[in-house]
Write a protein that binds this ligand. Sequence first.
Ligand code: C2E
Ligand code: MG
Ligand code: MG
Length: 465
Amino acid sequence: MRIAGTLADVTASRLYDALTGLPNRTLMLDRIERAIARARRKSELIFALLVVSLDRFEVLQTQISEREIRTILATAGKRLQQLMRTADTVARLEGPNFAIHLDEIRHVSDARRVAGRVAEALGAPIELAGREFRLSTSIGIALSVTGYERPEDIVRDAFVAMNQARSGGGNRQEMFDQKMQSEVELRMRLEADLRRALERDEFQVFYQPIVSLETWRISGFEALVRWRHPERGLVSPAEFIPVAEETGQIVPIGEWVLRESSRQMKCWQDEHPELDLSISVNLSGRQVAEPDLVDTVARVIDETGLRPGSLKLELTETLLMHHYEGAIQKMHHLRDMGIKLSIDDFGTGYSSLSHLHRFPIDFLKVDRSFVGRVGQDARESEIVKVIVGLGRNLGMQVIAEGVETSEQAGFLRDLECEYGQGYYFARPLDAEAAGALLPHAVRPVESEEGIFLVPRVVDPPVASS
Ligand code: C2E
Ligand code: MG
Ligand code: MG
């Protein structure tokens, strides 16, 4: 008898969330599966799935204790449970996410009305250790009329709608619609294409010059990956890198970029030994989290014969904050090998000023959002000035990204910012065009097709006082 009791317990705990006592994702999926089957037999039956997520939960977690968090989640679960009819199911998914299955609604507006009541119920104050908390929620709604075959799909779509509500600032509800539908399809196709892109050799590295603001010579290039999609043409990394990060594809892609650009740079160095060129390669958070990052870099250096001192790895500020301890250790290892490290997009991550000196960093890259407004906005110029000074005080060299005008280049040179990178000097170029710039000192020239670096025939401008 006792053994039988224990078995029943285990089964139940596989279907219910321990903290709130609510059904969990598995049980919810089972209920939806049945609802899909019923709707298939009687097509006039509509059901809805709501995904309810507490806003700014990550922030809350850093502010109150684990126990208080658990109380808040349990309270939210209880309030949701009280709202529902018996035929409906409330489940706790992972983290701050709940799901509500509304069985047999008559009209789409019913789902919206329930979502409104949910927001209201969870928004009522929660008393905790003498403090009062008010929760706001982002709610995504998906309806069975979309014609789902698998329960996972309606959950996914409700999540897409919830994320839409969240990125709209939270404290709102969104219905999954046609537009989101086509975005999901696009995204799934992109993921599938991305998985095949490496073996099909569809990636190409472009090189953007990094120019010394003192000598006006090219000091090196940043390697920027491009994807030649067989149907869509050139796809921007801003579009596919985030997807590749999520799926993990960025790890092999990033290694390929590192190897290819190191190989190319070694060729350029052999052709122009007098130029002392370096190559900058972006690293993503996923790569930094890989246990064998340091080995991979060492292997590439070994295979390509590149001098470690001419390799600069770029890490963003946000990445460093997310992978704090692990990143610092690996950075020291890379530094010990002679590799240089840059902090990329500086100023856009959340304030890491107090931690900055703990990172072993050689270069600081001022984000182009600041540099781009130099000359238009006095305050922005002031910020650039402060960042350049900060870098200098921490013993780093500073690279300004996104230099687009001669005015900006002049302003930065007067600040004694060491390097500039941007359309004013050159856009990212394929290896052939980039290599063609090398034998000469260069100067930017404007033409109808844009601004190009050309062999320099005059001296660099003298600094204005
Ligand atoms: P990033 O590392 O900050 O690279 C600089 C981006 O600014 C590049 O965009 C470059 O084309 C653009 N840019 C340069 N000068 C100017 C300018 O004067 N004006 C403007 N408006 N933009 C300028 P791109 O090539 O589209 O790359 C975007 C981002 O994608 C990169 O930002 C980087 O974070 C990521 N990325 C690119 N290649 C790789 C890669 O191989 N691995 C990883 N992990 N990320 C990469
Ligand atoms: Mg970069
Ligand atoms: Mg950048």
